[in-house]
Design a protein around this ligand. Structure first.
Ligand SMILES: Cc1cc2nc3c(=O)[nH]c(=O)nc-3n(C[C@H](O)[C@H](O)[C@H](O)COP(=O)(O)OP(=O)(O)OC[C@H]3O[C@@H](n4cnc5c(N)ncnc54)[C@H](O)[C@@H]3O)c2cc1C
Length: 299
């Protein structure tokens, strides 16, 4: 273990290596026990060395974005959590490139400032580009796959560029869910428009999103199983709004959100989640699939 700690310190820098770091600090649910190591990676060259070493040692690792879709175990994670700090955003004509560690909000603002339209709908979604691509995040009938042209990845020790048609994008789905890779950056094709018009559209989206719960959460917990099955509405109709275990609650404001009302544990959240899943299945015959990603042992 000390050899690994020394190696991590050597390649990432002592200030970028945290030991027994509470995951509650790094996830929007604000729950989760300690990660054995959490490392901040400043460059793709360092990332490549780090992943090669971890794969050689068969040591588990998890790439974390903003932690906005992750439920971390109360027991933490016995491995290395990697946070990418590369955040470059640049463009050429209507093409925008962003590093995986860049915030989606920063890319949306960058596009607006350069008179590029196509990402306004993403205003207010908490994500990094890496997490956004992995999840194919979306809102208001749009998703990132509408505008992604290519993605740079590190897979099996090799850096490659995959085109959008190779990425098996679907509703909250990407290839990376079946074929793990570290996403390094993404290229988007946008279109030209007036910055002021783009800004107005972004403002409208923000106004709509203000109705979402403000307590710590990971956004929608369950995927929509069919286009006309509105999960939040179904949960609400079953009288589950406000259902609570410990500090975890089905948000009465938006019933597909489970919120941390203060002091929730992963276990509390799971109990609420399973209760909702069971109740919906008994009432409708539909077994809801979770959208959120689980990190560490769940029991
Ligand atoms: C208040 C709130 C509102 C939300 N609203 C929406 C919404 O409107 N639409 C929507 O789609 N989602 C929404 N979400 C969920 C969340 O914002 C998205 O799922 C987002 O894509 C998560 O990005 P992230 O960077 O936080 O990824 P994380 O949650 O950190 O990680 C998600 C997954 O991506 C993987 N990952 C992250 N970075 C990389 C990388 N570089 N390489 C490989 N894998 C990587 C992780 O390993 C993990 O499996 C919301 C969440 C919150 C808290």
């Amino acid at each position: 273990m000390d050899i690994l700690a020394n190696y991590l310190t050597y390649i990432c820098g002592a200030e970028n290596v945290k030991r027994d770091e509470p995951l509650a600090r790094w996830t929007t649910f604000r729950v989760g026990g300690p990660a054995r190591f959490l490392v901040l990676v400043e460059s793709k060259a360092v990332l490549q060395k780090l992943i090669s070493a971890l794969e050689y040692l068969a040591y588990p690792y998890f790439v974390l974005g903003l932690g906005a879709n992750v439920l971390a175990s109360d027991q933490g994670y016995d491995g290395v959590v990697i946070k990418l700090n590369c955040q470059k955003i640049e463009h050429n004509d209507v093409f925008v490139y962003a590093d995986a560690g860049a915030k989606l909000g920063a890319v949306v603002n960058y596009a607006r400032d350069h008179g590029l339209t196509g990402l306004e709908w993403a205003t207010g979604i908490p994500a990094t580009i890496g997490g956004g691509v992995y999840m194919n995040c979306g809102a208001f009938d749009h998703s990132l796959s509408d505008v992604i042209v290519m993605v740079d990845v590190l897979q099996k020790g090799q850096v490659k560029t995959l085109t959008a048609n190779q990425l098996d994008f679907g509703y909250r789905h990407s290839l990376f869910m079946e074929e793990p890779a570290v996403i390094l950056g993404a290229y988007f094709r946008l279109a030209k428009d007036e910055p002021a018009k783009i800004a107005t559209q972004m403002q409208e989206i923000l106004t709509k999103r203000r109705r979402h719960p403000h307590e710590p959460s990971a956004g929608s917990v369950f995927k929509r199983p069919q286009p006309n099955f509105y999960v939040g509405q179904v949960i609400e109709n079953l009288g589950l709004g406000g259902y609570m275990v410990g500090g975890a609650q089905v948000s009465p404001q938006h019933c597909n959100f489970i919120v941390n009302q203060g002091g929730a544990t992963c276990r509390d959240i799971l109990q609420v989640l399973y209760h909702v899943q069971d109740t919906v299945e008994k009432a409708t015959g539909v077994l809801l699939e979770t959208e959120i990603i689980f990190l560490g042992k769940m029991d």
